[in-house]
Design a binder for this molecule. Structure first.
Ligand code: GAR
Length: 211
């Protein structure tokens, strides 16, 4: 069966969505390890409860990003993954890392990319008075939050929303689309072809498939 390694830094609610899909035999593979750069990430507890190998690799024990990413590559490769899933892994990855796993490295980002790359997306969307927000799953390239999008889901901005309420709504969309994207990839339907994401051999549009 295809093997998945998930990288986290925090709560791991997206990890949980993937574990639940796996439990219902809807993932098309197995999460074989979860790696966190933070020892107190709650996602580590979720992993252990699901019987998945949970590894802590603290970034502050390494002198620079290249050294850390080198160590991270080694830990990941020990698990022989077909796919590496970033699920709230809050670190910028070095080009060496991105190149090593190019085409089998995906991320989820809380916005309708290419709109609002970077941090604090919910606050920025509210401040800009946007009516539409959402989440995107994309292949990771060297451009931060800039890789080809596979799938995205819209979350409307509602009257009276604050950062917390909007974030929660976007999270529900994330939990919907991440297992779908992982399943597509593990079934061999979703591929990165150069700088284009393809589903069943067809080029996906800029925002990927939109729900
Ligand atoms: C998610 O909202 C994800 O989109 C975001 O972190 C959160 C992690 O939540 N990722 C980024 O902002 C990446 N730059 P989770 O730990 O509950 O899955």
């Amino acid at each position: 069966r295809p093997r998945v390694v998930v990288l986290i830094s925090g709560s791991g609610s997206n990890l949980q969505a993937l574990l639940e899909a796996q439990e219902h035999d809807e993932l098309g593979g197995d999460v074989v390890a979860v790696i966190s750069n933070k020892a107190d990430a709650y996602g580590l507890v979720r992993a252990r409860e699901a019987g998945v190998d949970a590894v802590v690799l603290p970034h502050d024990e390494y002198e620079n990003r290249e050294h850390y990413d080198g160590a991270l590559i080694k830990v990941i490769e020990r698990h022989e993954p077909d796919l590496i899933v970033l699920a709230g892994f809050m670190r910028i990855l070095s080009p060496i890392f991105v190149q090593r796993f190019f085409g089998r490295l995906i991320n989820i980002h809380p916005s309708l990319l290419p709109a609002w790359p970077g941090l604090d997306t919910h606050r920025k969307v509210l401040e800009a008075g946007e009516k539409e927000h959402g989440a995107s799953v994309h292949f990771v390239t060297e451009e931060l939050d800039g890789g080809p999008v596979a799938i995205q889901a819209v979350a409307n901005v509602l009257e009276g929303d604050d950062e917390a309420s909007l974030k929660e709504r976007v999270h529900t969309r994330e939990h919907l689309i991440y297992p779908i994207a992982v399943h597509w990839f593990l079934e061999g339907r979703l591929k990165l072809d150069g700088e284009v994401a393809k589903l069943d051999g067809h080029d996906l549009p800029v925002g990927g498939l939109r729900l």
